[in-house]
Design a protein around this ligand. Structure first.
Ligand SMILES: [Zn+2]
Ligand SMILES: [Zn+2]
Length: 318
């Protein structure tokens, strides 16, 4: 797996307009994101398809469908739809995702934590592409925007869902510009963008930037504009955690089964199984490389954190 090949496009896949419960007219929603540097915006009103045109921004039509199942309400975001899923399909979550696959659409599960879904219920979503790991509107509304547990649970059971970050903005004030995708598409046309989404050629962000990412057998390299925490999340007791504070403590601790070196512009941690090294700028990681026996089982994903912002990379099968 290697990102990026073509440069990043800023993409918003979950937004509401006056066509449902949002405060801005559809055209104003797209203008809002165009002014903020976005290349792709989908308006995803509740049970309504909205398409507007813009000279510089790609606007694939979308919608958000709500399905009640076993006492829970699942919200599904569908991108590229030109018609509503038939009523008969909307009676089951799996049927909606299957209908989307059959119609070549890109669909993902919205805000499972906000909906208080049981992580195990997501295991039925075989035709789903991904899950919102971060929904900014849900976070600023009731502090339930982060669904990392739901995502890791299904990944640990072998269902390789992608992780998305979105605004789900309604007011375009505090609930906007806090979650989006950085997509590595071949060009700015609808087919190339949908192809990149389906292939997982993107990362999710709430403000941390990734420059490049490579993962091969026994080798991981990530370059970023700056993060003070790097997390490796994986299955079954595997994973790793690295922060600048931890690194400083490790470098000052005697008797560890690790060889730790830290200098102003870099660091190296060596154990019997693995070497982690990288570059630092103003106490932030700008490059981290792991070589050897990567502590991962089943799947692995990387998460970078700087202050209140994160970047979430899509999982790799290991
Ligand atoms: Zn929703
Ligand atoms: Zn929504």
């Amino acid at each position: 797996m290697k990102l990026p090949q073509h440069g990043w496009l800023k993409v918003q896949l979950h937004s509401h307009s006056t066509r449902s419960d949002g405060r801005l007219e559809p055209q104003k929603v797209v203008d809002f994101y165009a002014n903020a540097g976005f290349s792709v915006v989908s308006i995803t009103d509740h049970n309504k398809i909205t398409q507007v045109l813009h000279p510089h921004v790609l606007t694939p039509p979308g919608l958000e469908v709500a399905v009640r199942e076993n006492g829970d309400e699942f919200h599904i975001v569908v991108i590229g739809a030109e018609e509503l899923p038939p009523m008969a399909v909307r009676s089951s979550v799996s049927h909606v995702f299957e209908w989307c696959r059959d119609n070549d659409l890109y669909a993902f599960l919205a805000h499972p934590y906000w909906s208080m879904l049981n992580a195990g219920d997501l295991l039925n979503l075989k035709s789903c592409y991904g899950v919102e790991v971060y929904n900014h509107g849900c976070e600023v509304e009731i502090s339930r925007g982060y669904s990392g547990h739901h995502w890791d649970y299904v990944l640990s059971k072998g269902l390789m869902l992608q992780g998305l970050a979105v605004d789900d903005s309604h007011t375009y004030t505090v609930d906007s510009l806090g979650g989006w995708l950085e997509v590595d598409a071949e060009s700015l046309d609808p087919e190339a963008v949908i192809k990149a989404l389906k292939s997982g050629h993107f990362y999710a962000s709430s403000g941390v930037k990734v420059e490049s990412f490579e993962w091969e057998n026994g080798f991981v390299r990530i370059k970023t504009c700056g993060a003070n925490v790097v997390k490796l999340l994986s299955g079954n007791t595997k994973g790793a955690y690295l922060s600048f504070n931890l690194l400083r403590k490790l470098a000052n601790t005697e008797g560890l089964p690790l060889d730790v070196e830290l200098w102003e512009e870099g660091f190296r941690i060596k154990s019997r199984e693995v070497t982690v090294e990288g570059k630092l700028r103003a106490n932030l990681f700008v490059e981290v490389v792991m070589r050897g026996q990567i502590p991962a089982r089943g799947y692995a994903r990387l998460e970078l954190i700087e202050g209140l912002c994160s970047a979430w990379l899509n999982p790799v099968k290991v």
